[in-house]
Design a protein around this ligand. Structure first.
Ligand SMILES: Cc1cc2nc3c(=O)[nH]c(=O)nc-3n(C[C@H](O)[C@H](O)[C@H](O)COP(=O)(O)O)c2cc1C
Length: 190
């Protein structure tokens, strides 16, 4: 069975990590479709930090199709649409707060809400520092509702030589959480 996944990039620093996850997803034979969502501020961060536009990400593969953040009638807005999980990379504190509060006012928060209610994997790669009490409480709320809170905290034990290394190692950890384990020589072997 091939999989359908949703990847959202919201308005936080760390867009390169979202791009890294997308590259890993498109490379997999068992991933057939990737619904890509980028919030308005996410587009700005993506361009500021990587020089890329949404269209450049869509051009990576025919598996990738863009959804409009304002279109609450999109396929991924409904629980009846079969999909296998969602990752938000990077996830802004604002997106986290909306999801934690069940405020589905845009497609990112609605699609995430659907994942929680349908018990599908939802991985939130929060990027904010330092964290205030509201952020910490919201992380606990989404955790208790079934989300996987996976802050953008890459590991350093693989001795990354570049940002690309760091991004790629972290991307494989995100795919692990989506139930898509990769052959990865950088896994810790003791
Ligand atoms: C250049 C830039 C960088 C930002 N970085 C962060 C960040 O790292 N983490 C965060 O939570 N918000 C960050 N923000 C603020 C969010 O973008 C803002 O709260 C926005 O409303 C989030 O909207 P979204 O969740 O729809 O993308 C940043 C904003 C800008 C313009």
């Amino acid at each position: 069975m091939t999989k359908r996944l949703t990847l959202a990039l919201t308005g936080a620093s760390g867009s390169a990590f979202g791009v890294g996850v997308l590259r890993r997803l498109v490379a997999r034979e068992d991933v057939a479709e990737i619904a890509l969502l980028i919030s308005p501020t996410g587009r700005r961060c993506l361009h500021d930090e990587t020089g890329m536009k949404a269209e450049d990400l869509v051009a990576l593969s025919s598996k990738v199709s863009l959804r409009n953040e304002q279109n609450l009638g999109a396929d991924i807005s409904s629980g009846s649409y079969r999909q296998d999980g969602m990752a938000i990379v990077p996830c802004s504190a604002g997106a986290l707060g909306r999801i934690a509060s069940g405020i589905s006012e845009g497609l990112v928060s609605r699609a995430a809400d659907v994942c929680l209610k349908e018990r599908r994997p939802l991985v939130l790669c929060l990027r904010e520092t330092p964290l205030n009490r509201i952020h910490l409480e919201n992380m606990l709320r989404v955790h208790d509702a079934g989300a996987i809170v996976m802050p953008l905290m890459p590991g350093y034990y693989t001795k990354p030589a570049s940002l690309a290394d760091l991004v790629d190692t972290f991307a494989t950890r995100v795919l692990d959480q989506l139930g898509l384990p990769e052959d990865d020589a950088r896994r810790w072997k003791g």
